[in-house]
Design a protein around this ligand. Structure first.
Ligand code: A3P
Length: 293
């Protein structure tokens, strides 16, 4: 173990948020008993975690769909390594859902039985960077950055929560045969949410009526999540995690291609060069823009 900056905690080469990580969970990950019907949502930060947590909650919990129960999405699909509400994972009823930013090599060994499922949600790294920049300046427990330039340096060096984007996605993809894993992109969810929900249901072997699928899709839109306090985490950030100002939002813009409003031409070219070098021959499609504006 070694220490990285004030806000980060490096363990086995990977950066966690220091004050929130439950290090006993990470250190004992191999003893964590995985059940066959567990589902893990794995993401690099700012790639659509909360969105997928909400989609799973809507798929599985009728009370969540109908808004007759007021459990926050965070408790339906809690963060594995950041168990902020100290839920008793061992005694949670099945099926259990977890969200996690863990790299493949720190994931519970039990996931290698290939029965428990993993949804890996990824997003184009330029939009991840922009989302992360705003998030870091809003959330008190992350290191702020004065400019995109400064944040880009940290992002490319992996001096951020989650370490390097390139290593995270590559690692999971290259070890995909060790797991029962489905890759879905944020941009595909954005382009056609209904198809993405159906793809998730198929992977989870969950059959829903047309009507229920419609409700899931409707409640998982950006606008509906933004106005639903159970789903938008604004209160959790403000009251539990701590924010630097009142202007920020977990659900900030929810678009593809926002990087075009933030990167200079030079920054974009630099990023492209590094991307091409790091992701050479990487087969998953990365969508930079879906022409929605
Ligand atoms: P932006 O900051 O670009 O708006 P994570 O949950 O992994 O931290 O990712 C957060 C990002 O996902 C934010 O991106 C947020 O707005 C976006 N997001 C969350 N719910 C969404 C939805 N229903 N539709 C589109 N984007 C969503």
């Amino acid at each position: 173990m070694d220490n990285t900056g004030e806000k980060l905690f490096k363990y086995k080469g990977y950066n966690f948020e220091r004050s929130l990580v439950k290090i006993h969970i990470v250190e004992n990950v191999d003893n964590f008993e995985i059940r066959d019907d567990d589902v893990f949502i794995i993401t690099y930060p700012k790639s659509g975690t909360i969105w997928t947590q909400q989609i799973l909650s809507l798929i599985y919990f009728e009370g969540h769909r109908n808004r007759t129960e007021d459990t926050v999405t965070m408790d339906r699909a809690p963060f594995f390594e950041y168990n902020t509400h100290n839920l008793d994972f061992t005694n949670m009823p099945s099926p259990r859902f977890f969200a996690s930013h863990l790299p493949y090599y720190l994931a519970p060994k039990g996931l290698k039985n290939k029965r428990a499922k993993i949804l890996y949600i990824y997003r184009n790294p330029k939009d991840v960077l922009v989302s992360f920049f705003h998030f870091s300046n809003w959330v008190a427990r992350l290191e702020p950055a004065d400019t995109i330039e400064h944040f880009m340096e940290k992002f490319l060096d992996g001096e951020v929560l989650g370490s390097r984007w390139f290593d995270h996605i590559r690692g999971w993809y290259e070890h995909r045969h060790d797991f029962n894993i489905q890759f879905i992109s944020y941009e595909d969810m954005k382009k056609d949410l209904r198809s993405a929900v159906l793809k998730i249901c198929k992977f989870l072997k969950k059959e829903l009526s047309e009507e229920v699928v419609d409700t899931v899709v409707q409640q998982a839109t950006f606008q509906n999540m933004k106005t639903n306090p159970q789903a938008n985490y604004n209160d959790i950030i403000k009251n539990e995690i701590g924010s630097r100002n009142d202007e920020g939002h977990f659900l900030r813009k929810g678009i593809t291609g926002d990087w075009k409003h933030h990167f200079t031409v030079e920054q974009n070219e630099r990023f492209d060069k590094i991307f091409q070098k790091e992701m050479k021959d990487f087969p998953l499609p990365i969508i930079w823009d879906i022409n929605e504006e």
